[in-house]
Ligand binder design. Structure first.
Ligand code: BDR
Ligand code: CA
Length: 306
């Protein structure tokens, strides 16, 4: 099994990603760290606890950064609702899962205590991870890989070229991309291609409690335009960890724009060596969308038996 830390800002699609990861036998999720992003830190932390309580999974949760490194918070309540997981009534959260230690210290401890290297999956802004590797550079040796939902090889969703997770805390993203840690970027273009159809949502509804929860969240996600298909941003990064054969990757040098107001947060993805820099990431450039949908729906149905 592969040890995993999930750093996340739940978040409707975060919840959809985490739900399938927790019943994958090849993954051992050691920690869920919250970060401010889609909504404020109190909400994202509480949402992680609510989701785990609903799924009856005992994964420790650590509360992370309350704001980006240099910038003010900008939330995505338009897409995720005021609380960040609108569209479904969750049970009261089990607060016993919340660690006393904050996210950076908890991530540090999990990494240093582990004999094998640990993979970090990020589904929100990279604030905690930037703080972690700046405060404790020795953790770099313990990180197998960072798989990140963030950035874009095409256009953005918060600026013309800026993707939300990177643009909310571009300095943090820059620190992470420059860290030398192996990175796989699962960007916006992949989540836009891997969409669930209305029929998939109906299948989820028939599959059981977890499927009904996910479908109901998605029906209120981003204005609820489900007829266009539901964009699977965070679930794509989760699926990459579980079924990498559904994706095609290409190595590139990636850096983040932090100074131009027009292109703030844009990920400059250099596949061809134009900038003469050493490649620092693998970038998902394609996904088998048909198989992705079938496999995701099947995984949700399977959570009922585990
Ligand atoms: C990312 O932004 C958030 O709103 C989603 O949860 C996802 O992580 C997509 O840009
Ligand atoms: Ca997210």
């Amino acid at each position: 099994t592969r040890k995993i830390i999930i750093d996340t800002d739940p978040g409707i699609d975060d919840a959809a990603a985490i739900s399938v990861m927790l019943s994958e036998p090849s993954l051992d999720v050691k920690l869920i760290a919250s970060v401010s992003g889609n909504v404020g830190i109190e909400h994202t932390t509480n949402n992680a606890l609510k989701l785990l309580t609903f799924l009856k999974k005992d994964v420790p949760v650590a509360k992370g950064a309350a704001a980006p490194l240099l910038r003010d918070n900008r939330f995505a309540t338009n897409a995720h609702g005021k609380s960040g997981m609108g569209g479904f009534e969750f049970p009261e959260p089990n607060k016993e899962l919340l660690l006393k230690e904050n996210a950076v210290l908890s991530e540090y401890r999990v990494l240093m205590e582990s004999e094998e290297k640990v993979t970090i999956l990020t589904l929100g802004p990279l604030t905690n991870i930037a703080l972690l590797i700046s405060t404790f550079p020795e953790v770099k040796e313990k990180i197998q890989e960072i798989v990140t939902m963030g950035g874009s090889t095409e256009r953005g969703n918060i600026g013309i070229y800026g993707e939300f997770n990177v643009t909310i805390d571009p300095e943090a993203a820059k620190i992470v991309f420059r860290s030398g840690i192996p990175i796989t970027m699962v960007g916006l273009d992949i989540g836009r291609k891997a969409r669930l159809t209305v029929e998939d949502l109906e299948k989820l509804e028939e599959s059981g409690e977890t499927g009904r929860m996910i479908s109901s969240l998605f029906r209120s996600y981003d204005g609820g335009h489900v007829e266009e298909g539901v964009k699977m941003y965070d679930p794509s990064a989760a699926m990459y960890l579980m079924e990498p054969e559904l994706f095609e990757t290409k190595d590139a040098f990636i850096d983040v724009e932090i100074s131009s107001p027009l292109t703030m947060g844009a990920t400059a993805v250099d596949f061809d060596g134009t900038l003469s820099e050493t490649k620092n990431a693998a970038v998902c450039v394609d996904v088998d969308a048909e198989r992705f949908r079938r496999r995701y729906v099947k995984r949700v149905a399977d959570t009922e038996c585990k």
